[in-house]
Design a protein around this ligand. Structure first.
Ligand SMILES: [Zn+2]
Length: 540
Protein backbone atom coordinates (compact mmCIF):
# COMPACT_ATOMS: atom_id res chain seq x y z
CA UNK A 1 0.00 0.00 0.00
CA UNK A 2 1.00 3.63 -0.38
CA UNK A 3 0.77 3.89 3.41
CA UNK A 4 3.46 1.27 3.82
CA UNK A 5 5.80 3.14 1.58
CA UNK A 6 5.03 6.35 3.36
CA UNK A 7 5.72 4.65 6.70
CA UNK A 8 9.01 3.33 5.40
CA UNK A 9 9.96 6.76 4.21
CA UNK A 10 8.92 8.28 7.55
CA UNK A 11 11.08 5.73 9.36
CA UNK A 12 13.96 6.64 7.11
CA UNK A 13 13.39 10.32 7.73
CA UNK A 14 13.26 9.71 11.50
CA UNK A 15 16.52 7.78 11.39
CA UNK A 16 18.17 10.49 9.34
CA UNK A 17 16.92 13.08 11.78
CA UNK A 18 18.18 11.11 14.77
CA UNK A 19 21.59 10.68 13.17
CA UNK A 20 21.60 14.36 12.38
CA UNK A 21 20.74 15.23 15.97
CA UNK A 22 23.51 12.96 17.24
CA UNK A 23 26.07 14.55 14.95
CA UNK A 24 24.80 18.03 15.76
CA UNK A 25 25.10 17.30 19.46
CA UNK A 26 28.61 15.96 18.92
CA UNK A 27 29.63 19.13 17.11
CA UNK A 28 28.05 21.29 19.79
CA UNK A 29 29.75 19.30 22.53
CA UNK A 30 33.04 19.59 20.75
CA UNK A 31 32.49 23.31 20.58
CA UNK A 32 31.72 23.38 24.28
CA UNK A 33 28.23 24.65 23.57
CA UNK A 34 26.33 21.81 25.23
CA UNK A 35 24.15 22.64 28.22
CA UNK A 36 25.82 24.38 31.10
CA UNK A 37 29.18 24.81 29.42
CA UNK A 38 30.48 28.15 28.25
CA UNK A 39 30.83 28.35 24.55
CA UNK A 40 34.53 28.98 24.31
CA UNK A 41 37.20 28.14 26.84
CA UNK A 42 39.95 30.59 27.67
CA UNK A 43 42.49 28.43 25.88
CA UNK A 44 40.28 28.01 22.88
CA UNK A 45 40.71 31.46 21.42
CA UNK A 46 42.51 30.25 18.32
CA UNK A 47 39.88 27.61 17.80
CA UNK A 48 37.10 30.10 18.18
CA UNK A 49 38.17 31.97 15.07
CA UNK A 50 36.25 29.72 12.75
CA UNK A 51 32.82 28.18 12.88
CA UNK A 52 34.34 24.97 14.14
CA UNK A 53 36.68 23.88 16.86
CA UNK A 54 37.79 20.86 18.85
CA UNK A 55 37.80 20.10 22.52
CA UNK A 56 40.09 18.40 24.97
CA UNK A 57 37.46 15.78 25.80
CA UNK A 58 37.66 13.61 22.72
CA UNK A 59 36.20 15.97 20.15
CA UNK A 60 39.19 15.53 17.87
CA UNK A 61 38.97 14.16 14.35
CA UNK A 62 40.12 10.71 13.24
CA UNK A 63 41.17 11.96 9.82
CA UNK A 64 41.84 15.40 8.36
CA UNK A 65 42.45 16.21 4.71
CA UNK A 66 43.95 19.69 4.36
CA UNK A 67 45.64 22.06 1.91
CA UNK A 68 43.41 21.02 -0.97
CA UNK A 69 40.47 22.23 -3.02
CA UNK A 70 37.27 20.82 -1.57
CA UNK A 71 34.41 20.91 -4.07
CA UNK A 72 31.58 20.57 -1.58
CA UNK A 73 28.65 20.38 -3.97
CA UNK A 74 27.08 23.26 -2.07
CA UNK A 75 26.73 26.76 -3.49
CA UNK A 76 29.63 28.98 -2.48
CA UNK A 77 33.40 28.93 -2.70
CA UNK A 78 35.40 25.72 -2.44
CA UNK A 79 37.08 24.99 0.87
CA UNK A 80 40.58 23.85 1.86
CA UNK A 81 40.06 21.09 4.39
CA UNK A 82 37.66 18.53 5.79
CA UNK A 83 37.69 16.64 9.10
CA UNK A 84 36.13 13.23 9.73
CA UNK A 85 35.24 11.50 12.95
CA UNK A 86 33.83 8.01 12.84
CA UNK A 87 31.57 7.79 9.81
CA UNK A 88 30.77 11.47 9.58
CA UNK A 89 32.16 14.82 8.53
CA UNK A 90 32.67 17.06 11.55
CA UNK A 91 34.20 20.12 9.91
CA UNK A 92 34.65 21.70 6.47
CA UNK A 93 36.43 25.00 5.98
CA UNK A 94 39.79 26.70 5.84
CA UNK A 95 42.93 24.82 6.87
CA UNK A 96 43.12 26.83 10.08
CA UNK A 97 39.53 26.07 11.05
CA UNK A 98 39.70 22.39 10.29
CA UNK A 99 43.20 21.67 11.62
CA UNK A 100 41.93 22.80 15.01
CA UNK A 101 40.27 19.36 15.11
CA UNK A 102 43.65 17.58 15.11
CA UNK A 103 45.29 16.02 18.12
CA UNK A 104 47.89 13.31 18.64
CA UNK A 105 45.60 10.53 17.43
CA UNK A 106 44.44 12.31 14.26
CA UNK A 107 45.77 11.21 10.89
CA UNK A 108 46.38 14.41 8.92
CA UNK A 109 46.89 14.22 5.18
CA UNK A 110 48.42 17.10 3.26
CA UNK A 111 46.51 17.14 -0.03
CA UNK A 112 49.13 19.36 -1.70
CA UNK A 113 46.46 21.07 -3.71
CA UNK A 114 44.56 17.91 -4.65
CA UNK A 115 40.85 18.09 -5.51
CA UNK A 116 38.21 16.54 -3.26
CA UNK A 117 34.61 15.85 -4.29
CA UNK A 118 31.76 13.95 -2.66
CA UNK A 119 32.20 10.21 -3.26
CA UNK A 120 30.92 9.39 -6.73
CA UNK A 121 27.61 7.62 -7.11
CA UNK A 122 26.26 5.57 -9.99
CA UNK A 123 22.47 5.56 -10.25
CA UNK A 124 22.35 2.83 -12.87
CA UNK A 125 24.89 0.01 -13.11
CA UNK A 126 24.87 -3.76 -13.30
CA UNK A 127 27.89 -4.52 -11.19
CA UNK A 128 26.26 -7.45 -9.41
CA UNK A 129 24.81 -8.90 -12.61
CA UNK A 130 28.20 -8.61 -14.23
CA UNK A 131 29.72 -11.05 -11.76
CA UNK A 132 30.30 -13.55 -14.53
CA UNK A 133 32.83 -11.26 -16.22
CA UNK A 134 36.30 -11.88 -14.94
CA UNK A 135 36.84 -8.91 -12.67
CA UNK A 136 40.54 -9.67 -12.32
CA UNK A 137 41.06 -8.66 -15.93
CA UNK A 138 38.80 -5.61 -15.84
CA UNK A 139 40.83 -2.96 -17.62
CA UNK A 140 38.78 -0.37 -19.48
CA UNK A 141 40.30 0.84 -22.74
CA UNK A 142 38.62 2.87 -25.39
CA UNK A 143 39.65 1.42 -28.70
CA UNK A 144 37.71 3.62 -31.06
CA UNK A 145 34.60 2.82 -33.02
CA UNK A 146 34.16 -0.15 -35.36
CA UNK A 147 30.90 0.45 -37.23
CA UNK A 148 30.65 -3.02 -38.79
CA UNK A 149 31.07 -4.76 -35.43
CA UNK A 150 28.68 -2.33 -33.73
CA UNK A 151 26.06 -2.85 -36.43
CA UNK A 152 26.13 -6.61 -35.85
CA UNK A 153 26.11 -6.24 -32.09
CA UNK A 154 23.02 -4.03 -32.33
CA UNK A 155 21.37 -6.64 -34.54
CA UNK A 156 21.96 -9.33 -31.88
CA UNK A 157 20.49 -7.11 -29.16
CA UNK A 158 17.49 -6.28 -31.35
CA UNK A 159 16.90 -9.95 -32.18
CA UNK A 160 16.87 -10.63 -28.43
CA UNK A 161 14.24 -7.92 -27.96
CA UNK A 162 12.10 -9.31 -30.79
CA UNK A 163 12.28 -12.82 -29.33
CA UNK A 164 11.40 -11.59 -25.84
CA UNK A 165 8.46 -9.59 -27.19
CA UNK A 166 7.19 -12.52 -29.26
CA UNK A 167 7.30 -14.69 -26.13
CA UNK A 168 4.98 -12.13 -24.46
CA UNK A 169 7.63 -11.10 -21.98
CA UNK A 170 9.81 -8.13 -21.03
CA UNK A 171 13.56 -8.24 -20.26
CA UNK A 172 12.73 -7.67 -16.56
CA UNK A 173 10.44 -10.67 -16.11
CA UNK A 174 13.08 -13.13 -14.96
CA UNK A 175 11.97 -14.99 -11.82
CA UNK A 176 13.92 -14.69 -8.59
CA UNK A 177 16.65 -17.21 -7.89
CA UNK A 178 17.84 -17.90 -4.37
CA UNK A 179 20.45 -20.39 -3.23
CA UNK A 180 23.41 -20.84 -0.93
CA UNK A 181 26.16 -18.20 -0.97
CA UNK A 182 29.24 -19.60 -2.66
CA UNK A 183 32.89 -18.62 -2.19
CA UNK A 184 32.96 -17.75 -5.88
CA UNK A 185 30.12 -15.25 -5.49
CA UNK A 186 31.76 -13.67 -2.46
CA UNK A 187 35.12 -13.32 -4.14
CA UNK A 188 33.57 -11.89 -7.30
CA UNK A 189 31.73 -9.23 -5.31
CA UNK A 190 34.91 -8.39 -3.42
CA UNK A 191 36.97 -8.03 -6.59
CA UNK A 192 34.42 -5.87 -8.40
CA UNK A 193 33.84 -3.61 -5.41
CA UNK A 194 37.62 -3.16 -5.16
CA UNK A 195 37.53 -1.81 -8.70
CA UNK A 196 34.65 0.55 -7.91
CA UNK A 197 36.32 1.82 -4.75
CA UNK A 198 39.51 2.56 -6.70
CA UNK A 199 37.50 4.70 -9.13
CA UNK A 200 36.20 6.94 -6.36
CA UNK A 201 32.73 5.40 -6.25
CA UNK A 202 31.01 5.31 -2.85
CA UNK A 203 27.52 4.21 -3.87
CA UNK A 204 26.25 2.04 -6.71
CA UNK A 205 22.63 1.41 -7.59
CA UNK A 206 22.26 -2.00 -9.12
CA UNK A 207 19.53 -1.45 -11.69
CA UNK A 208 17.81 -4.79 -11.81
CA UNK A 209 18.67 -8.00 -9.99
CA UNK A 210 16.87 -11.34 -9.90
CA UNK A 211 19.50 -13.19 -7.86
CA UNK A 212 18.39 -12.86 -4.24
CA UNK A 213 21.51 -14.73 -3.13
CA UNK A 214 23.50 -11.59 -3.84
CA UNK A 215 21.72 -9.92 -0.91
CA UNK A 216 22.73 -12.77 1.42
CA UNK A 217 26.33 -12.50 0.21
CA UNK A 218 26.36 -8.72 0.69
CA UNK A 219 24.98 -9.06 4.21
CA UNK A 220 27.62 -11.67 5.07
CA UNK A 221 30.40 -9.43 3.75
CA UNK A 222 28.92 -6.50 5.64
CA UNK A 223 28.87 -8.47 8.90
CA UNK A 224 32.53 -9.29 8.30
CA UNK A 225 33.29 -5.59 7.77
CA UNK A 226 34.53 -6.19 4.24
CA UNK A 227 32.31 -3.94 2.13
CA UNK A 228 34.06 -1.00 0.46
CA UNK A 229 31.20 0.28 -1.69
CA UNK A 230 27.60 0.96 -0.75
CA UNK A 231 25.16 -1.15 -2.73
CA UNK A 232 21.60 0.04 -3.40
CA UNK A 233 19.49 -2.65 -5.02
CA UNK A 234 16.63 -2.56 -7.47
CA UNK A 235 14.92 -5.87 -8.10
CA UNK A 236 13.74 -6.77 -11.56
CA UNK A 237 9.97 -6.68 -11.57
CA UNK A 238 9.87 -10.47 -12.02
CA UNK A 239 11.64 -10.90 -8.67
CA UNK A 240 9.70 -8.30 -6.69
CA UNK A 241 7.18 -10.69 -5.10
CA UNK A 242 9.87 -13.06 -3.80
CA UNK A 243 11.97 -10.19 -2.47
CA UNK A 244 8.93 -8.64 -0.77
CA UNK A 245 8.18 -11.94 0.99
CA UNK A 246 11.60 -11.64 2.61
CA UNK A 247 10.87 -8.05 3.61
CA UNK A 248 13.44 -6.78 1.13
CA UNK A 249 11.45 -3.77 -0.06
CA UNK A 250 12.36 -0.07 -0.28
CA UNK A 251 14.24 1.12 2.81
CA UNK A 252 15.40 -2.31 4.00
CA UNK A 253 19.11 -2.33 4.81
CA UNK A 254 21.84 -0.46 6.63
CA UNK A 255 24.66 2.02 5.95
CA UNK A 256 26.21 -0.21 3.27
CA UNK A 257 23.34 -2.14 1.67
CA UNK A 258 19.87 -0.91 0.92
CA UNK A 259 16.91 -1.93 -1.19
CA UNK A 260 15.99 1.05 -3.35
CA UNK A 261 13.08 -0.43 -5.29
CA UNK A 262 12.10 -2.25 -8.47
CA UNK A 263 12.86 -1.84 -12.13
CA UNK A 264 10.50 -2.48 -15.02
CA UNK A 265 11.31 -2.48 -18.72
CA UNK A 266 9.05 -0.51 -21.05
CA UNK A 267 10.78 -0.70 -24.44
CA UNK A 268 13.95 -1.63 -26.35
CA UNK A 269 17.04 0.38 -27.30
CA UNK A 270 17.63 3.05 -29.94
CA UNK A 271 20.63 1.42 -31.67
CA UNK A 272 18.80 -1.78 -32.63
CA UNK A 273 15.69 0.36 -33.50
CA UNK A 274 13.64 -1.37 -30.78
CA UNK A 275 12.85 1.47 -28.37
CA UNK A 276 9.20 2.52 -28.69
CA UNK A 277 8.65 5.77 -30.60
CA UNK A 278 5.45 7.78 -31.09
CA UNK A 279 6.45 8.51 -34.71
CA UNK A 280 8.06 5.78 -36.87
CA UNK A 281 11.82 5.40 -37.17
CA UNK A 282 13.48 7.35 -39.95
CA UNK A 283 15.27 4.21 -41.21
CA UNK A 284 14.85 0.46 -41.05
CA UNK A 285 18.26 -1.25 -41.18
CA UNK A 286 17.21 -4.48 -39.45
CA UNK A 287 13.70 -4.92 -40.87
CA UNK A 288 12.14 -6.19 -37.64
CA UNK A 289 8.61 -5.35 -38.74
CA UNK A 290 8.17 -2.86 -35.88
CA UNK A 291 8.26 0.57 -37.55
CA UNK A 292 7.68 2.27 -34.15
CA UNK A 293 9.91 -0.05 -32.16
CA UNK A 294 8.87 -2.46 -29.44
CA UNK A 295 6.70 -1.55 -26.47
CA UNK A 296 7.20 -4.44 -24.05
CA UNK A 297 4.77 -2.99 -21.54
CA UNK A 298 1.39 -2.40 -23.11
CA UNK A 299 -0.51 0.26 -21.17
CA UNK A 300 -2.69 -2.17 -19.18
CA UNK A 301 0.27 -4.32 -18.17
CA UNK A 302 2.27 -1.21 -17.17
CA UNK A 303 -0.67 -0.04 -15.06
CA UNK A 304 -0.99 -3.42 -13.38
CA UNK A 305 2.74 -3.81 -12.61
CA UNK A 306 3.05 -0.29 -11.24
CA UNK A 307 -0.01 -0.77 -9.01
CA UNK A 308 1.36 -4.03 -7.63
CA UNK A 309 4.86 -2.66 -7.00
CA UNK A 310 3.30 0.30 -5.23
CA UNK A 311 1.17 -2.03 -3.12
CA UNK A 312 4.30 -3.96 -2.10
CA UNK A 313 5.97 -0.75 -0.96
CA UNK A 314 8.58 -0.31 -3.66
CA UNK A 315 10.07 2.79 -5.21
CA UNK A 316 9.59 2.31 -8.95
CA UNK A 317 11.67 2.91 -12.02
CA UNK A 318 11.42 1.67 -15.58
CA UNK A 319 13.73 1.41 -18.53
CA UNK A 320 12.13 3.85 -21.01
CA UNK A 321 14.26 5.05 -23.93
CA UNK A 322 11.77 6.08 -26.61
CA UNK A 323 9.06 8.71 -26.21
CA UNK A 324 6.29 6.11 -26.41
CA UNK A 325 7.95 4.08 -23.66
CA UNK A 326 8.27 7.21 -21.54
CA UNK A 327 4.67 8.21 -22.20
CA UNK A 328 3.32 4.76 -21.33
CA UNK A 329 5.14 4.72 -17.99
CA UNK A 330 4.07 8.27 -17.14
CA UNK A 331 0.46 7.27 -17.83
CA UNK A 332 0.84 4.34 -15.44
CA UNK A 333 2.53 6.52 -12.80
CA UNK A 334 -0.26 9.10 -13.08
CA UNK A 335 -2.92 6.43 -12.72
CA UNK A 336 -1.18 5.30 -9.52
CA UNK A 337 -1.30 8.86 -8.20
CA UNK A 338 2.45 9.48 -8.25
CA UNK A 339 3.56 12.60 -6.36
CA UNK A 340 6.81 14.52 -5.92
CA UNK A 341 7.34 12.65 -2.65
CA UNK A 342 7.48 9.27 -4.42
CA UNK A 343 10.60 10.08 -6.46
CA UNK A 344 9.77 7.40 -8.97
CA UNK A 345 12.11 7.41 -11.93
CA UNK A 346 12.59 6.55 -15.57
CA UNK A 347 15.87 5.14 -16.84
CA UNK A 348 17.60 6.53 -19.97
CA UNK A 349 14.84 8.88 -21.33
CA UNK A 350 16.76 9.34 -24.58
CA UNK A 351 13.90 10.54 -26.80
CA UNK A 352 11.39 12.84 -25.12
CA UNK A 353 9.58 15.97 -26.28
CA UNK A 354 8.80 18.96 -24.09
CA UNK A 355 5.37 17.58 -23.17
CA UNK A 356 6.94 14.51 -21.58
CA UNK A 357 9.69 16.43 -19.80
CA UNK A 358 7.06 18.78 -18.38
CA UNK A 359 5.00 15.84 -17.14
CA UNK A 360 8.07 14.40 -15.45
CA UNK A 361 8.91 17.73 -13.82
CA UNK A 362 5.34 18.20 -12.61
CA UNK A 363 5.23 14.82 -10.86
CA UNK A 364 8.85 14.79 -9.71
CA UNK A 365 9.68 11.76 -11.85
CA UNK A 366 13.48 11.46 -11.83
CA UNK A 367 15.25 11.24 -15.19
CA UNK A 368 18.00 8.69 -14.56
CA UNK A 369 20.34 9.35 -17.49
CA UNK A 370 23.73 7.99 -18.55
CA UNK A 371 26.50 10.51 -19.07
CA UNK A 372 28.24 8.51 -21.81
CA UNK A 373 25.19 7.61 -23.91
CA UNK A 374 25.00 10.68 -26.18
CA UNK A 375 28.51 10.22 -27.48
CA UNK A 376 28.20 6.44 -27.68
CA UNK A 377 24.96 6.79 -29.66
CA UNK A 378 25.92 9.65 -31.97
CA UNK A 379 26.88 7.09 -34.61
CA UNK A 380 23.26 6.14 -35.26
CA UNK A 381 20.97 8.67 -33.55
CA UNK A 382 20.49 10.91 -36.62
CA UNK A 383 19.85 7.94 -38.93
CA UNK A 384 17.35 6.36 -36.54
CA UNK A 385 15.40 9.48 -35.58
CA UNK A 386 15.93 11.76 -38.54
CA UNK A 387 17.91 14.92 -38.06
CA UNK A 388 15.02 17.16 -36.99
CA UNK A 389 13.67 14.87 -34.26
CA UNK A 390 17.18 14.05 -33.05
CA UNK A 391 18.00 17.73 -32.72
CA UNK A 392 14.77 18.65 -30.95
CA UNK A 393 14.04 15.68 -28.75
CA UNK A 394 17.03 13.47 -28.01
CA UNK A 395 19.70 13.25 -25.29
CA UNK A 396 18.52 16.45 -23.63
CA UNK A 397 20.56 16.47 -20.43
CA UNK A 398 21.00 20.25 -20.37
CA UNK A 399 17.35 20.91 -21.25
CA UNK A 400 16.20 18.55 -18.51
CA UNK A 401 18.20 20.46 -15.92
CA UNK A 402 16.99 23.79 -17.27
CA UNK A 403 13.33 22.68 -17.19
CA UNK A 404 13.62 21.73 -13.53
CA UNK A 405 13.62 17.95 -13.74
CA UNK A 406 15.34 15.90 -11.09
CA UNK A 407 18.14 14.37 -13.15
CA UNK A 408 20.32 11.57 -11.79
CA UNK A 409 23.50 10.29 -13.43
CA UNK A 410 24.89 6.82 -14.03
CA UNK A 411 26.93 4.67 -16.38
CA UNK A 412 24.84 1.56 -17.19
CA UNK A 413 28.03 -0.46 -16.60
CA UNK A 414 28.78 -2.89 -18.21
CA UNK A 415 27.28 -1.33 -21.36
CA UNK A 416 29.74 1.50 -20.64
CA UNK A 417 32.82 1.38 -18.42
CA UNK A 418 32.41 1.93 -14.71
CA UNK A 419 34.78 4.90 -14.49
CA UNK A 420 32.60 7.98 -13.81
CA UNK A 421 35.22 10.35 -15.24
CA UNK A 422 34.68 8.96 -18.74
CA UNK A 423 31.05 10.03 -18.52
CA UNK A 424 31.87 13.45 -17.09
CA UNK A 425 34.25 14.21 -19.95
CA UNK A 426 31.80 12.98 -22.58
CA UNK A 427 28.77 14.83 -21.20
CA UNK A 428 30.75 18.06 -20.86
CA UNK A 429 32.36 17.93 -24.31
CA UNK A 430 29.69 15.87 -26.12
CA UNK A 431 32.67 14.35 -27.95
CA UNK A 432 34.16 10.89 -28.05
CA UNK A 433 37.74 10.48 -26.89
CA UNK A 434 38.99 10.93 -30.45
CA UNK A 435 37.10 14.24 -30.58
CA UNK A 436 34.30 13.00 -32.82
CA UNK A 437 31.90 14.14 -33.97
CA UNK A 438 33.27 17.38 -35.26
CA UNK A 439 31.55 20.22 -33.37
CA UNK A 440 30.19 17.80 -30.73
CA UNK A 441 26.95 15.78 -30.74
CA UNK A 442 24.05 18.18 -30.07
CA UNK A 443 26.56 20.44 -28.29
CA UNK A 444 23.81 22.73 -26.90
CA UNK A 445 22.89 19.81 -24.63
CA UNK A 446 26.33 19.64 -23.04
CA UNK A 447 26.48 20.20 -19.30
CA UNK A 448 29.06 22.04 -17.19
CA UNK A 449 31.63 20.21 -15.07
CA UNK A 450 29.74 21.40 -11.99
CA UNK A 451 26.48 20.00 -13.39
CA UNK A 452 28.11 16.69 -14.26
CA UNK A 453 29.56 16.39 -10.76
CA UNK A 454 26.18 17.26 -9.24
CA UNK A 455 24.52 14.58 -11.37
CA UNK A 456 26.68 11.82 -9.88
CA UNK A 457 26.75 13.12 -6.31
CA UNK A 458 23.93 15.25 -4.84
CA UNK A 459 21.36 14.46 -7.53
CA UNK A 460 21.89 10.72 -7.18
CA UNK A 461 21.63 11.02 -3.41
CA UNK A 462 18.27 12.76 -3.87
CA UNK A 463 17.03 10.03 -6.21
CA UNK A 464 17.77 7.49 -3.45
CA UNK A 465 16.23 9.52 -0.58
CA UNK A 466 19.71 10.15 0.81
CA UNK A 467 20.15 13.88 0.28
CA UNK A 468 19.95 14.66 4.01
CA UNK A 469 22.82 12.32 4.72
CA UNK A 470 25.03 12.16 1.65
CA UNK A 471 25.89 13.63 -1.73
CA UNK A 472 27.64 16.81 -0.56
CA UNK A 473 30.56 17.60 1.72
CA UNK A 474 28.90 19.21 4.73
CA UNK A 475 29.24 18.96 8.47
CA UNK A 476 27.07 16.15 9.82
CA UNK A 477 26.90 14.16 6.60
CA UNK A 478 28.50 10.77 6.10
CA UNK A 479 32.10 11.05 4.94
CA UNK A 480 31.91 9.78 1.35
CA UNK A 481 34.79 11.45 -0.49
CA UNK A 482 37.02 11.06 -3.51
CA UNK A 483 40.44 12.69 -3.79
CA UNK A 484 41.88 13.42 -7.23
CA UNK A 485 45.20 14.94 -8.16
CA UNK A 486 43.73 17.16 -10.86
CA UNK A 487 41.13 19.86 -10.32
CA UNK A 488 38.26 18.76 -12.57
CA UNK A 489 37.04 22.34 -12.84
CA UNK A 490 40.28 23.68 -14.26
CA UNK A 491 41.97 20.89 -16.25
CA UNK A 492 41.30 20.80 -20.01
CA UNK A 493 37.90 19.26 -20.61
CA UNK A 494 39.32 16.68 -22.99
CA UNK A 495 41.66 15.47 -20.22
CA UNK A 496 39.06 14.85 -17.49
CA UNK A 497 38.97 11.10 -18.14
CA UNK A 498 42.73 10.93 -17.56
CA UNK A 499 42.53 12.29 -14.03
CA UNK A 500 44.17 10.33 -11.22
CA UNK A 501 42.25 9.14 -8.18
CA UNK A 502 44.37 9.22 -5.01
CA UNK A 503 41.94 8.14 -2.32
CA UNK A 504 38.35 7.06 -1.78
CA UNK A 505 36.57 7.33 1.56
CA UNK A 506 33.17 5.77 2.17
CA UNK A 507 31.27 5.93 5.46
CA UNK A 508 34.39 7.52 6.95
CA UNK A 509 36.57 4.54 6.03
CA UNK A 510 39.49 4.80 3.60
CA UNK A 511 38.56 2.14 1.05
CA UNK A 512 41.20 2.91 -1.57
CA UNK A 513 44.55 4.64 -1.38
CA UNK A 514 47.07 5.04 -4.17
CA UNK A 515 47.18 6.35 -7.72
CA UNK A 516 44.46 5.07 -10.03
CA UNK A 517 43.76 6.31 -13.55
CA UNK A 518 42.10 4.80 -16.59
CA UNK A 519 43.04 7.08 -19.47
CA UNK A 520 40.82 6.03 -22.37
CA UNK A 521 43.86 5.47 -24.49
CA UNK A 522 45.12 6.69 -27.78
CA UNK A 523 42.29 6.08 -30.20
CA UNK A 524 43.40 8.19 -33.11
CA UNK A 525 41.81 6.07 -35.79
CA UNK A 526 40.79 7.76 -39.00
CA UNK A 527 37.12 8.21 -38.32
CA UNK A 528 34.64 10.07 -40.51
CA UNK A 529 33.34 13.06 -38.60
CA UNK A 530 36.43 13.31 -36.43
CA UNK A 531 37.84 16.81 -35.95
CA UNK A 532 40.96 18.18 -37.51
CA UNK A 533 44.17 18.20 -35.48
CA UNK A 534 43.74 21.95 -35.03
CA UNK A 535 40.18 21.59 -33.78
CA UNK A 536 41.28 18.87 -31.38
CA UNK A 537 44.12 21.04 -30.13
CA UNK A 538 41.65 23.87 -29.47
CA UNK A 539 39.57 21.55 -27.33
CA UNK A 540 42.34 20.94 -24.81
ZN1 LIG B 1 20.92 -0.97 -17.47
Amino acid sequence: MRDRERDARQRQADEALRDYEISRRRVLEALGVSAGVTAISATGVGRALGAVGSSADGGSADLILHSGTIWTGVRGPSREAVAIKGQRIVAVGSDREVLAWADGSTRSIDLRGAFVAPGFRDQHAHILRTLSTNPATYQPRWTGHDEAASFESRRRTGQGHVNTYNAGRTPSDGAATHGPVTELLRSQILTLQEEAAKLGISTIVDAGLTNLTVMDALMQLHDEGRLKVRHLIRWQVGAMEAAAQLGWTTGFGNDWIKVLGVKMYADGWLGPRTCALREPYADDPYEWGFPNGILFLAQDRANRDVARAQELGYNITAHAIGDRGVETMLNAYDLAGVTQADRWALEHVQVAGDDLLDRMAAKGVVASIQLSFPTSDHWFAFDALGKRRAQRESYRWHTMLRRGLHVAGGTDFSIEVLDPLWGIQRSVTRREFDGSPSGGFLPEESVTVDDALQLITANDAFASYEEDDRGTIETGKYADLVVMRENLQTIPRMAIANATRLMTITNGKIVSEGEVAYPPGDATKDIPGAPSQQELADLY
